[in-house]
Design a protein around this ligand. Structure first.
Ligand code: URA
Length: 208
C-alpha cells in the first residue's frame, strides 16, 4: 500500500476532534481548514526553488524563492470544498478547478456531473482534494479526467482513507502520491469509512 500518512501531532489532535460526533459544523469547518493548511505544507515540501539576489537592510545576499511552478487545486465537490481555503492560504497563486462527482447510492459508482478546470491543465501540477478516500471511485474518476486533459503530475490529498480506496488509486494510478492523516480500518456495507467521521459533506455544511 503506497500512501504517506502525515502523523504530525497537531494534525492527529485536530483529526480526533473532527471524528467526534459531538463536534458541530462551525468547529468542523475550522478544524478541517487548519488540517488542510498543515497537510499542504507537507505536500509542497519538494516545490522547486531557484536562487535570486536580494538586498536586505544590511547587505546583498543570495536567497531562494519558488520557481513559480504553476499549481492547480481540484476539490471534488462537495466535501473537497472544506479543504480548499486551507490549501490556498499556503499557495494563494494556485488556480482552483472544480469537479462534481457523486456516488450512485446503489452501485457506489462515481457519476460526474460538473467539471470546470483551468485552461492550461497540461502546464500545471495538481493537488486533487477528496477528504474521504472511501472506495476511491471519485478520486480515480477525477484523476482519469485530469490525465485525459494533459495533467502529468498529480497528488491526492485526503483526510481519512480506507485501505480499499488506497489500493484502488495505487492500482489505477501508481504515479499519484496519496497523502492522508489516517488510514482507517475498512469500509462498511454503506460505503462509509470505519471508524471515519461520518459524511464529511454533511458535517461541513450542516445537512443530513
Ligand atoms: N464519504 C464520506 O463523507 N464519508 C465516508 O465515510 C465515506 C465517504
Amino acid at each position: 500500500m503506497q500512501v504517506k500518512v502525515i502523523d504530525h501531532p497537531l494534525i492527529q489532535h485536530k483529526l480526533s476532534l473532527l471524528r467526534d460526533k459531538n463536534t458541530g459544523s462551525k468547529d468542523f469547518r475550522e478544524l478541517l481548514e487548519e488540517i488542510a493548511m498543515l497537510m499542504a505544507y507537507e505536500l509542497t515540501r519538494n516545490l522547486p526553488l531557484e536562487e535570486t539576489e536580494i538586498e536586505t537592510p544590511v547587505a546583498r545576499c543570495k536567497c531562494k524563492v519558488l520557481t513559480g511552478k504553476k499549481l492547480g487545486v481540484v476539490p471534488i465537490l462537495r466535501a473537497g470544498l472544506g479543504m480548499v481555503n486551507g490549501v490556498l492560504r499556503l499557495i494563494p497563486a494556485a488556480k482552483v478547478g472544480h469537479v462534481g462527482v457523486y456516488r450512485d447510492p446503489e452501485t457506489l459508482s462515481p457519476v460526474e456531473y460538473y467539471c470546470k478546470l483551468p485552461t492550461d491543465v497540461s502546464e500545471r501540477d495538481f493537488i486533487v482534494i477528496d477528504p474521504m478516500l472511501a472506495t476511491g471511485g471519485s478520486s480515480v474518476a477525477t484523476i482519469d479526467m485530469l490525465k485525459r486533459k494533459g495533467a502529468k503530475n498529480i497528488k491526492l490529498m485526503c483526510l481519512v482513507a480506507a485501505p480499499e480506496g488506497v489500493h484502488r488509486v495505487n492500482e489505477q494510478h501508481p504515479d499519484v502520491e496519496i497523502y492522508t492523516a489516517s488510514v482507517d480500518e475498512r469500509l462498511n456495507d454503506h460505503g462509509y469509512i470505519v471508524p471515519g467521521l461520518g459524511d464529511a459533506g454533511d458535517r461541513i455544511f450542516g445537512t443530513k
